[in-house]
Design a binder for this molecule. Structure first.
Ligand SMILES: [Zn+2]
Ligand SMILES: [Zn+2]
Length: 372
């Protein structure tokens, strides 16, 4: 079969910025040198590019994980243009298809099942036609956002203006124009590109699967570190509307911290969080299937398998009891139909059921660890 035709514009951008980064940067550093201002302009540029994609393109626009003031949306739209990963509308349309058809080699635009190279960058080098949806029918909600449509309509002049304009302005101010073009222009673009691309490639290949193994997505702390928190990709594919990717306090998710800070300032609202019981159910189900698989190959495990299933059923029951009571309590609090003493009794009950569930979770984890 003939290969689809090459997209020379994309190839030129990736090859040119890549070569300048791996050859031009060290050469210029030896012959001329860079100073702190130039390095800072590159690092800040990388952070601006990456976070505009993760907090803006990805969590805000693609997944509607929260709502944002127009000023925030404008800044993310400009930062995302600086990142040069296509318009918000186009990016979100691709990414929504990635979630819907994940790992389907025909319909997922960057299916990891086609290998590292394809999902990392290869899918952008040839016209693979994974969709002919030029109307972006899966993004009709985004067409209501004037900032999204403005950026989409003027994407090319905006990309050229901002990608040359910012490094040139910085270079003229600084005095070393060429150095700034190399570092804050080309290297910033190439590095931020590949860091984001890791989410489509490596975050579908390397890491743990605590929430689901129905698709190839993985949780990986190192990738999270390089991608502003997007490396908790197994969680994200399981609960895509959540504004968080790293849900534990110790997990590195600066995108989540930024969104939370903006909420604190009143600039964003309606942050969506997956209910904790839903997350716990997924984790328990995943652990049950992993441990069952381990036991399946061993002799005389009938008693253990029965015990495992029983503990799992008890855990699910306790999660459900806690979840139901919590919902009732929250509802009662909102509608204020209950006397305050009854409300207090209900709250006590929720706490008790929560403790029951936490204790059962400990027993469950211990049982699984002992079997492993
Ligand atoms: Zn993915
Ligand atoms: Zn996503």
């Amino acid at each position: 079969m003939k290969n689809p035709k090459l997209i020379w514009l994309n190839i030129s951008v990736f090859v040119l910025t890549g070569l300048i980064t791996v050859i031009g940067v060290p050469l210029y550093a030896i012959l001329h040198g860079f100073d702190g201002w130039q390095i800072a302009a590159m690092i800040i540029g990388i952070v601006v590019c990456e976070i505009s994609i993760t907090a803006g393109y990805h969590r805000l626009w693609t997944h509607r994980a929260y709502q944002a003031h127009w000023l925030v949306r404008l800044l993310f739209a400009l930062g995302g243009t600086y990142a040069t990963q296509n318009s918000i509308l186009h990016w979100a349309s691709d990414h929504r298809r990635h979630h819907r058809f994940v790992d389907d080699n025909q319909k997922d635009p960057y299916s990891a099942k086609r290998g590292f190279w394809y999902s990392h960058i290869g899918w952008m080098l040839r016209d693979y036609h994974t969709t002919d949806d030029t109307e972006y029918s899966n993004c009709s909600d985004l067409k209501e956002d004037p900032i999204v449509m403005w950026q989409h309509k003027h994407y090319l002049p905006l990309v050229l203006g901002i990608n040359f304009g910012v490094p040139i302005a910085l270079g003229l101010w600084h005095g070393d124009l060429l150095g700034m073009l190399i570092l804050a222009g080309a290297a910033r673009l190439a590095i931020s590109h590949h860091m984001t691309f890791l989410i489509n490639s490596l975050a579908h290949i390397w890491g743990r699967q605590p929430y689901s193994d129905t698709n190839s997505s993985r949780d990986n702390g190192l990738i999270a570190f390089l991608t502003m928190g997007e490396g908790y990709h197994n969680y994200h594919h399981s609960f895509q509307r959540d504004y968080r990717n790293g849900i534990r306090w110790w997990q590195f998710d600066p995108t989540k911290w930024l969104i939370r800070s903006l909420a604190w300032m009143g600039l964003v609202n309606n942050l969506y969080r997956t209910p904790v019981e839903k997350i716990e159910r997924s984790r328990a189900q995943m652990l049950l299937s992993k441990t069952s698989r381990k036991l399946a190959g061993l002799p005389h495990t009938d008693v253990l398998i029965t015990r495992l299933q029983m503990e799992y059923d008890t855990l699910l029951k306790k999660i459900n009891d806690f979840s139901l009571a919590k919902r009732q309590w929250m509802e009662a609090r909102k509608t204020s139909v209950m006397e305050s003493c009854d409300l207090e009794t209900l709250r006590h009950q929720v706490n008790m059921l929560k403790e029951n569930f936490i204790q059962q979770k400990k027993d469950w984890l211990m049982l699984n660890a002992n079997i492993a």
